[in-house]
Design a protein. Structure first.
Lengths: 255, 250
């Protein structure tokens, strides 16, 4: 029985007193965070990578998903890690970054890392939001944008849904509204990572998050040789090192 | 503000090489099996109590649930535990027991403890009627509590209503379980209260009979309602579960 996509299961690596919560992106799977997770576990941290509701199963499940389900999945991971550790750093890719920031606005965390995370949804079709519940009854899936891998070898074993569920895109639109409402309430140390080569979320989103986040301790790190999935693409080792350095610093400060 | 109802959070109790996955029942929360988990953790095991999807949030969220969402939550817990443990025992209360059998049929588990687990959907004629009107009636209130130990209900985190479409999903989970019981190859331990009026104890015997020949045991419990992990015989349940876990992981 393959209810969960093989290779895309959530993961847990026990380690030290600092916990790293890893949250994947929209239509993605825990696998896109696995390699960063292994790197952080290698640094001696406890690591937990959640599976967001309706992800890594069947893409039809996404038609029933609402953004509060994804927040609850992230919160599950936080509670599990908080039981095993003294402090938690929340790290998310793309929509996972939105969820990480929303958690950081609500729960005392030692730090937050948003990777390739959007601030707004500039899609003009979102003017149809008021009729979305009707529209999505028959318009169920849309095409995704073109792939932007700089290291095409990674694409071969990358796991995600092939299509973009329209209802899910509406939820993404709504959770972004929530993010903009809450961003000023995030006051923990923050690291924002974004690639200039990101074709699905333009670099200005990172600047907007950095400008509006409530944190005094904040930093934007730019990468260039990478597409949207900075945790797997060509410049991943640099991303891993930057995130690890941030976790080490805020973990020690919170100790 | 958080989304999960306070007290209904999932839990992880770090420990040794043996992992205990403790699964709560329908419309309940990890709180229902937390004491059991603490008892197992005190014996040196690693314990993880996942929150089944759409539980301990809002009953409205469960209107969208499919039973496979709940199984996926159980599988998540299994895979997280496997990161810390060499072997996993799956323990489940009611629907959690159904999920534990599903898990045992598809993943490597060292044993299953199924508590108050149904083999047939509750025979309440109201439920059949409800199916017909479910587009109109979304929720049905639960009956009055029947604790033997009145303090057992303290701190309980559970919905006070049944989301009607989810009742049909529970039935699907049970029917799918029946088809898989033959493939459960690990040791199985069944516990059920003789005074369970919600899921009568005959269900335990039916599961026992449907399991293949092998290492399987039944323990009838007295002085308890359906929720044997919380009501007055809970200590007996915890000890018996811990003994089984120790035996199958020795």
């Amino acid at each position: 029985m393959t209810l969960l996509m093989p290779g895309a299961e959530p993961f847990y690596f026990p380690g030290g007193r600092t916990g790293c919560l890893l949250i994947h992106g929209f239509t993605g799977t825990p696998r896109e965070m696995l390699f960063l997770g292994r790197h952080l576990a290698g640094e001696g941290h406890t690591v937990l990578g959640v599976r967001l509701f309706a992800h890594a199963t069947r893409q039809e499940d996404m038609l029933r998903a609402r953004w509060r389900d994804w927040l609850a999945s992230s919160e599950d991971g936080y509670h599990l890690l908080a039981d095993a550790c003294d402090r938690v750093v929340v790290i998310g890719l793309s929509m996972g970054g939105i969820l990480a920031l929303l958690l950081a606005a609500q729960i005392p965390v030692a730090g937050v890392v948003s990777l390739s995370t959007p601030y707004d949804n500039p899609d003009p079709r979102m003017r149809l939001r008021p009729v979305a519940p009707l529209l999505t009854l028959f318009w169920r899936f849309g095409r995704k944008g073109p792939p932007d891998w700089h290291d095409p070898s990674v694409a071969a074993d990358h796991l995600e849904y092939p299509l973009a569920p329209v209802r899910g895109a509406v939820e993404l639109h709504d959770i972004l509204a929530e993010l903009r409402l809450r961003l000023a309430e995030v006051t923990c140390p923050a690291l924002i990572v974004h690639s200039h080569g990101d074709l699905s979320v333009a670099p200005w989103h990172a600047e907007a998050i950095a400008a509006r986040i409530g944190s005094a301790d904040k930093r934007v790190v730019w990468v260039t040789d990478s597409g949207h999935v900075v945790t797997r693409d060509a410049e991943r080792e640099r991303v891993f090192a930057e995130v690890a350095a941030f976790v080490r610093r805020v973990g020690a400060a919170a100790a | 503000m958080t989304w999960i109802v306070p007290g209904g959070e999932p839990f992880l109790l770090p420990g040794g090489d043996t992992g205990c996955l403790v699964l709560h029942g329908f419309t309940a929360s990890p709180q229902e099996v937390r004491q059991l988990g603490e008892h197992l953790a005190a014996r040196g095991h690693t314990v993880l109590g996942p929150r089944l999807c759409a539980h301990a949030v809002s009953p409205k969220d469960m209107l969208r649930s499919r039973w496979t969402d709940w199984l996926a939550s159980a599988l998540d817990g299994y895979h997280l535990l496997r990161g810390a443990c060499n072997r996993v025992v799956a323990l489940g209360m009611s629907l959690g027991g159904v999920l534990a059998f599903h898990l045992a049929a598809s993943r490597e588990v060292a044993g299953v403890v199924a508590m108050s687990t149904p083999f047939a959907a509750p025979r309440d004629p109201r439920l059949r009627l409800l199916r017909l009107v479910s587009p109109l009636v979304r929720f049905v209130p639960k009956g009055p509590p029947d604790w033997r130990d009145p303090s057992a209900g303290a701190g309980r985190v559970a919905y006070r209503v049944y989301p009607v479409p989810a009742l049909a999903e529970v039935e699907k989970a049970i029917l799918a379980m029946r088809g898989r019981l033959r493939r459960v190859a690990c040791p199985v331990f069944l516990m059920h209260s003789l005074e369970d009026v919600f899921v009568p104890p005959e269900n335990m015997e039916a599961i026992f009979a449907a399991l293949p020949e092998g290492d399987k045991q039944m323990l009838p419990i007295r002085h308890s309602n359906h929720v044997i992990t919380l009501d007055s015989s809970r200590r007996q349940v915890f000890d018996a579960a811990a003994e089984f876990v120790a035996r199958v992981t020795r």
